[in-house]
Design a protein around this ligand. Structure first.
Ligand SMILES: Nc1ncnc2c1ncn2[C@@H]1O[C@H](COP(=O)(O)OP(=O)(O)OP(=O)(O)O)[C@@H](O)[C@H]1O
Ligand SMILES: [Mg+2]
Length: 254
């Protein structure tokens, strides 16, 4: 089986610091794949290299066979990778629905001519985006708040809206950076079920960074552990939980 995302030796240095050191992974279509590790291990930096935010110092990343090193965030998104951010980034003044639509807009199937002249195609496309964004709000359980300004959403809902927006780009791979951060126990349980449904029902491959071990161990089938930029373990949740290097990395960080 060809990997959907494959990296080899992916490395980035900031000054004297090697933030990510030779990150190798092979993520298959349909994987629910976790990346864990103590604070500062390099997890978010991996996402930043995969999504065109940072240019790797060395190594390669292929998405569905296409080399993505050096692609811009927009190009990566057009290829089918989308993400959420560790620090939520929403348009506070826009409505919940409009925020979800900003994801769909990125791949608008209209050209400048259609937009400027407000052609029938423009209106059809706008409606398609609105309908899709609304469906995703329903999927995430946010449809009753579609008309509210995003700033009025409670924290847990803001995180879910970011996921809806990322899904609106119709990705094949979604990268979630600590989606459960700041959520309460009930919200985390609901989020776990939603992440599973993103993979099972929407058929989107999931790459998940998360500190909540119960959540990660509960839903991921494969987990890669980073510590100081290096991969120290890769395996099933069971293998990871009993791996002495992993235990040491977490205890060492206490
Ligand atoms: N733009 C940058 N310039 C300099 N150093 C950076 C930059 N981005 C990240 N780093 C450093 O790279 C290392 C890895 O950071 P990263 O944010 O990837 O960690 P993380 O595993 O996501 O941690 P956390 O769990 O706290 O989110 C850290 O030492 C961080 O300070
Ligand atoms: Mg991070």
């Amino acid at each position: 089986m060809t990997a959907l995302l494959q990296t080899s030796g992916l490395t980035i240095q900031f000054g004297g610091l090697t933030a990510v050191d030779a990150f190798d992974c092979a993520i298959q279509p349909g994987d629910l794949y976790g990346i864990i590790g103590p604070n500062g291990a390099g997890k978010t930096t991996v996402f930043n290299m995969l999504t065109g935010v940072y240019l790797p110092t060395a190594g390669v990343a292929h998405f569905d066979g296409t080399l993505i090193n050096g692609c811009s965030p927009a190009q990566v998104s057009a290829l089918g990778i989308s993400r959420t951010f560790q620090n939520i980034r929403l348009f506070d003044e826009l409505s919940v629905l409009e925020n979800a639509m900003t994801g769909a807009h990125q791949h608008a199937k209209i050209n400048l001519f259609d937009s400027l002249l407000r052609t029938p195609r423009h209106y059809r496309e706008e409606k398609r985006q609105r309908d899709r964004a609304y469906e995703l709000l329903q999927f995430m359980g946010l449809e009753e708040r579609a008309g509210l300004p995003a700033k009025q959403l409670p924290y847990g809902h803001r995180r879910k809206l970011e996921i809806a927006r990322a899904l609106a780009t119709e990705p094949r791979l979604i990268c979630l950076d600590e989606p459960a951060a700041g959520m309460n126990t009930g919200e985390k349980a609901e989020l776990s079920a939603l992440i599973r449904r993103i993979r099972d029902e929407l058929k989107v491959t999931v790459l998940l960074i998360e500190h909540d071990m119960k959540l990660v161990m509960g839903i991921c089938e494969k987990i890669q552990v980073l510590d100081y930029g290096k991969t120290i373990a890769l395996g099933t949740p069971k293998e990871i939980q009993s791996n002495p290097k992993v235990i040491e990395a977490y205890l060492g960080g206490e």
